[in-house]
Design a protein. Structure first.
Length: 114
């Protein structure tokens, strides 16, 4: 069975969780429940670790996205579709859309143009 996450992704996520738990502990010390410590270094450390945890989590998501893209293989270019010519040479009606099946579907949210 193939794992969808590699060691690098797991390390970033676990690291972000550990740093986030440390930041939560510092925020707990700052709260009334933890004794309402008001030291500036504690405040700076708590918010600094919170920012670091957020950045680590973001980086882990980016690493995971890159790994999924690499596992999917190279992307195949899709050939450009040419619009079908309208009978009579008139421009296409902007209230009619064509979906994959080729069936025209009209937009009923706007009244048709006269």
């Amino acid at each position: 069975m193939h794992s969808s996450m590699t060691r690098a992704t797991i390390i970033w996520f676990v690291g972000a969780a550990v740093v986030g738990a440390a930041a939560g502990g510092l925020h707990l010390l700052r709260s009334d429940l933890g004794g309402a410590h008001t030291g500036t270094p504690l405040t700076v450390g708590a918010y600094g670790l919170t920012a670091l945890a957020a950045l680590m989590l973001y980086h882990g998501v980016v690493v995971a996205a890159r790994e999924q893209d690499a596992a999917a293989g190279p992307e195949q270019p899709q050939p450009a579709r040419k619009p079908e010519p309208q009978p009579g040479g008139s421009p296409p009606d902007p209230t009619v859309y064509t979906f994959r099946g080729g069936k025209p579907v009209s937009d009923r949210s706007r009244p048709p143009r006269p």
